[in-house]
Design a binder for this molecule. Structure first.
Ligand SMILES: [Zn+2]
Length: 154
């Protein structure tokens, strides 16, 4: 792969990773409480104000709001920033490691990165490993084998 296209791939997947990390934060917050992850908008846990687009930009919102809610100035948990940063960094590592074989091997690994980050942080905060997070775990690897498995000799 050409160096420029490799770095574009790494930068693109790092950005996608931060957005995935933002979604993982929603899962980490809502799944242990049994709340839906897709059908309700994000709110401040303290003042219950609906968060707007400016409050939801991965990594940047946390920094430009200086770790505080825009309206009530309640502290935003650092875990939100950490999960977005970690997911973006791990997506970049996968993009580098699987530069020439991102599909399907790298994609499967990206799915596991997201799944394991969610499992880790839910376990860390709630001492729970949820069935609804663990049960989907075999599906990415079974899809991988259905898509042809590891690359053969060149
Ligand atoms: Zn607030």
């Amino acid at each position: 792969m050409e160096p420029l296209s490799l770095w574009l791939q790494v930068a693109f997947l790092a950005a996608v990773g931060t957005a995935v990390g933002s979604f993982l934060n929603v899962c980490i917050d809502r799944l242990p409480a049994g709340r839906p992850i897709l059908m309700s908008r994000s709110i401040c846990d303290t003042c219950h104000r609906l968060l707007g687009p400016r409050d939801l930009v991965p990594l940047l919102s946390y920094l430009w709001l200086r770790e505080r809610c825009r309206s009530c100035h309640a502290s935003i948990p650092p875990r939100l920033f950490l999960v977005e940063l970690l997911t973006g960094a791990l997506f970049a590592v996968v993009a580098l490691a699987f530069a020439d074989s991102l599909f399907p091997q790298g994609i499967v690994l990206l799915l596991y990165v997201g799944l394991l980050i969610a499992i880790f942080f839910i376990d860390l905060e709630h001492q729970l490993v949820l069935d609804k997070v663990v049960y989907p775990a075999p599906f990415p690897s079974s899809s991988y084998w259905r898509l042809g498995g590891p690359p053969g000799p060149a």
